[in-house]
Design a protein around this ligand. Structure first.
Ligand code: SF4
Ligand code: SF4
Length: 269
């Protein structure tokens, strides 16, 4: 079983073509600029959010908070109430249950992309899901990852995945720790490992104020050269928690700043 935060049946921004994007709950990073911070932790059933639901879509059964999707009006009061960077609006899926949902949409999509949270924390689940999706539906399977687990130790997952999309939040280790709470040593190891194995579709960096974006863009460009796309995501404050706004501010980078950084991506696609 795996805990899923959200399924977007049709997405054109999560890899090539029209794809179903599946967002898993739980992450091993705690990024300051995360705009879905409620995906970071799994619910600990503290029950605080139950009281703020205006339509009684949250119930307590056997000491667990149960979400009734049919009653929910998506007001997000529960997410705002949660001080644990979590949400009660998740669902446990077996591989077969998730596969059956994908199968229903399969005539209209080119593939699936798993994301998060951090989807690779469910590596065994993904391997079983990808086997079925590829063998029975003939769709491509992409992984969108923060690169926080050593993928060279998950060869079966790497082999069965068509392509990865990897975040490199910062090339500087201290800055990476400041932004994510974690060292970037495994991320950079994964960057080289996935490039060497021709498994990278795209590398992404969030361009946020008060970070050495130039250094990251320059150094990452040198590593990836023309072997895969290098995409920038401009920081926006929407959804970001207070500590993130305190660090990065109210305003994201200007178009001029982004264009200046693009000029440093020499040789990249
Ligand atoms: S988002 Fe849904 S579950 Fe959460 S408080 Fe609003 S109605 Fe209730
Ligand atoms: S979602 Fe948050 S507030 Fe609600 S029960 Fe879980 S941990 Fe508590």
């Amino acid at each position: 079983m795996a805990l899923v935060n959200k399924i977007i049946p049709f997405s054109c921004i999560d890899g090539p073509g029209n794809r179903t994007a599946i967002f898993f709950q739980g992450c091993n990073f705690k990024c300051t600029y995360c705009h879905n911070p409620e995906t970071i932790n799994k619910c600990i059933n503290c029950k605080k959010c139950v009281l703020v639901c205006p339509v009684k879509a949250l119930e307590i059964k056997d000491e667990k908070v149960i979400w009734n999707e049919d009653k929910c009006v998506q007001c997000d009061n529960c997410i705002r109430e949660c001080s644990h960077l979590s949400t009660p609006k998740t669902k446990d899926f077996s591989v077969d249950e998730l596969f059956n949902q994908i199968k229903e949409i399969s005539p209209f999509i080119q593939g699936i992309t798993v994301s998060g949270g951090e989807c690779t924390l469910n590596a065994d689940f993904l391997i079983e899901l990808f086997k079925k999706v590829k063998n029975e539906l003939g769709l491509t399977c992409f992984v969108d990852t923060n690169g926080g687990i050593d993928l060279s130790e998950y060869k079966e997952l790497v082999d069965i995945t068509d392509k990865f999309m990897l975040d490199v939040k910062s090339i500087d280790e201290d800055e990476h720790i400041k932004v994510t709470g974690t060292s970037n040593d495994i991320v950079l190891k994964n960057l080289k490992y996935l490039l060497d194995n021709n498994k990278l579709y795209e590398v992404r960096t969030v361009i946020a104020p008060n970070l050495d974006n130039e250094k990251t863009v320059l150094e990452v460009s040198k590593i990836i050269k023309d072997k895969c796309k290098y995409k920038f995501n401009a920081y926006r404050k929407y959804g970001v928690r207070k500590e993130g706004i305190d660090l990065h501010g109210e305003v994201g980078p200007s178009e001029e700043e982004i264009n200046n950084l693009k000029s440093l991506q020499k040789g990249c696609i």
